[in-house]
Design a protein around this ligand. Structure first.
Ligand SMILES: [Zn+2]
Length: 279
């Protein structure tokens, strides 16, 4: 599932292709995504110019002339493909066609994604964005923000970080990686973390996201990739998906059996029991 860095990469790719262009036509082949696309979506978007982009959590906001914003979420399996093919790809539910003939297709086999249109000045109060937590890469985000959010919370730190009301844009992968970097056990009670640990965690969250965005940025060089779409790039995870394999620290610890996998709130967690002690 795309998380903040993947969504940021997709957004930047769309920006390269669409910024300044007029959306001449919108083809809606299927409107029954996670939520139904408004019946007048195509009509309301056609003829407007793309004037700006913004990411909020895992949502892409495409600002159009005339005070309208397209809100787009990739869901579990959604991707964006930019090409000029005349043939529709399988599961290509929505296609934006620009005045110069470029196609921007939304492909989503599982249809957990969504597309909606709002008034630009209503972005913040839009039902899916309202109440979303702070952006971890904005300057205002600090360990104090997290300290306040964690206070008195008895849930595990892993679960709390996945809550979009606490931090926007984090998902399973980057939470595992950030907790590893900060040396915090994923089952640790959020409210029990010390100031110093929260400082390390804040920095770790920002570092894993920034590194991934940088990796995504270099993948944009060949952004016209019909087979893969935007935003799916190679990562070198330290613990995620590496059950039984050594983390970078493991060789320093004799007897270490490598990364462990547990299930928390129905989702896989990967961690190093040596680097991430529960106490
Ligand atoms: Zn290790």
């Amino acid at each position: 599932m795309p998380e903040l860095p993947e969504v940021e990469t997709v957004m930047r790719g769309m920006q390269i292709a669409l910024q300044g262009h007029i959306i001449q036509n919108v083809i809606v082949r299927r409107d029954d995504l996670r939520w139904r696309i408004p019946a007048d979506f195509s009509q309301s978007v056609s003829g407007r110019r793309v004037i700006g982009f913004r990411r909020r959590g895992k949502y892409i906001l495409i600002r159009l002339s005339g005070d309208r914003t397209i809100v787009l979420h990739l869901g579990m399996s959604g991707r964006i493909v930019l090409d000029s093919a005349a043939m529709a790809a399988p599961h290509e539910h929505v296609v934006f066609v620009t005045e110069d003939g470029k196609r921007c297709a939304f492909i989503d086999p599982r249809r957990f994604g969504m597309i909606d249109l709002v008034e630009t000045e209503q972005e913040e109060s839009y039902r899916l964005l309202k109440g979303m937590g702070p952006e971890p890469l904005e300057p205002a985000f600090s360990s104090t923000t997290l300290e306040k959010a964690f206070a008195k919370k008895s849930a595990s730190i892993k679960t709390v970080l996945l809550d979009q009301k606490v931090v926007a844009g984090l998902g399973n992968i980057y939470v595992c990686e950030a907790l590893y970097r900060a040396g915090i056990h994923p089952e640790r009670e959020a409210g029990s973390l010390k100031k110093q640990q929260i400082k390390l965690l804040t920095k770790a969250i920002q570092t894993v996201l920034e590194e991934a965005i940088a990796a995504g940025g270099s993948s944009l060089k060949d952004y016209v990739r019909p087979e893969g779409g935007l935003g799916y790039f190679q990562h070198a995870w330290r613990v995620y998906g590496r059950k039984g394999l050594p983390c970078p620290d493991c060789p320093k610890h004799p007897g270490c059996t490598g990364v462990e996998q547990i299930t928390q709130a129905g989702r896989s967690t990967f961690f190093c029991p040596i680097r991430q002690k529960i106490a």
